[in-house]
Design a protein around this ligand. Structure first.
Ligand code: MRU
Length: 344
């Protein structure tokens, strides 16, 4: 399976997701600023993957801090962490990973700068390995929801590319296939960055899992004709009441699924649950550059001077969610107290 991100010789290497599937190129980040740039420019994307990138980014940044004084080191390290968290606002995994790195720095600081640096590198690599194991556990739980022969619709890319490996929503699909079930996937193309058409289709095809790419606007057509048995998507943040932020367009899919009585499942690690965000309206939604909408592959498709709105995420209300699949198990509504239980 594809390696989304690796730590190699004190550098962070990522597959360039802007270029897939036409080109398989890698971006090598030698400092934390280039990791921030990669996250902002979607070289790497997907909530758990940018969490891993952030952890590796701050570890990389720490290695370049030239001081042996722990207080000066911590001041500089905190500034790096601050910049990293600001890279993208919606996926809580990024802030979660940076917070975990800060805790490690705090716990080790009495041993001196050198020890802190090596612990930070170790922790970043651990976060990557843990993420893969978490996805496999999520897959084991979630696959039970899919019957042999299920036709699953997914939105965006919540696969190996969006995580340390294996995937969340696509991890559930992979686990069902590994359990011997025949599963077919409908991949919404996911305008404007085309995570579905480019990335989900690419990784499923590579894994030999049948995939049909559809335009975002075609989801209702296929549901209405009884061609979709379940929806499985990932999440960027799950609020305390079970509202789910995910890629723009997910909300439309959820409403359609509810209308057609199709189960709508969200697969996400516990690190995506943010109890400090009470409800969906409180989740900060990233607004991206208008040119992602007005242009296609560098060429203008909308009239010059026209304004475009480009929210990167939307919020699916918890009443549209049939179940949330995590590494600790599957929960069904009502979510609030169970989400609390999962986090503690
Ligand atoms: O803008 P992106 O590509 O980072 O958005 C990604 C998504 O919305 C994913 O569905 C989400 O992060 C879950 S990934 C396992």
């Amino acid at each position: 399976m594809v390696k989304t991100i690796v730590w190699k010789d004190n550098q962070v290497v990522m597959i360039d997701q802007r270029k897939l599937p036409l080109q398989e190129k890698y971006v090598v980040c030698k400092g934390y600023r280039s990791v921030i740039r990669a996250v902002k420019e979607l070289v790497i994307r997907g909530a758990p993957a940018i969490g891993v990138a952030a952890a590796m980014g701050v570890a990389l940044g720490s290695l370049k801090i030239r001081t042996t004084g722990i207080d000066r080191f911590k001041t500089r390290f905190d500034a790096i962490c601050h910049d990293m968290v600001a890279a993208r606002p919606t996926a809580v995994n990024l802030a979660w990973a940076v917070e975990r790195m800060k805790q490690v720095a705090d716990e080790t600081s009495h041993k001196g700068v050198k020890a802190v640096k090596s612990r930070l590198v170790q922790e970043a690599r651990r976060i990557l390995q843990e993420d893969i194991a978490i996805n496999r556990a999520m897959g084991r739980h979630g696959q039970k929801l899919l019957k042999d022969g299920s036709r699953v619709l997914t939105h965006c890319n919540a696969g190996a590319l969006a995580t340390g490996g294996y995937g969340t929503a696509l991890g559930v699909v992979r686990a069902a296939v590994e359990a011997g079930k025949g599963i077919e996937v409908f991949a919404d193309e996911t305008r404007p960055f085309l995570q579905g058409a480019r990335l989900t289709a690419w990784e499923l095809k590579a894994s030999g899992i049948p995939v049909t790419v559809i335009t975002d606007n075609a989801a209702g057509y296929f549901m209405q004709r009884g061609k979709v048995d379940a929806v499985v998507v990932g999440a960027d943040r799950i609020a305390a009441n079970g509202d789910v932020a995910n890629k723009i367009g997910t909300y439309m899919v959820a409403v359609l699924a509810k209308t057609h009585r199709i189960p709508f499942y969200v697969a996400a690690p516990v690190s995506t649950i943010d109890l400090s965000t009470k409800k969906g309206e409180d989740i900060p939604i990233e607004q991206r550059d208008q040119t992602e909408v007005t242009h296609f592959q560098g060429r203008r498709i909308a009239p010059a001077g026209v304004v475009a709105g480009n929210p990167a995420f939307d919020v699916t209300p918890h009443r549209c969610v049939s179940a949330i699949i995590t590494e600790k198990g599957v929960i069904t509504p009502p979510f609030r107290s169970q989400l609390k239980g999962l986090v503690s």
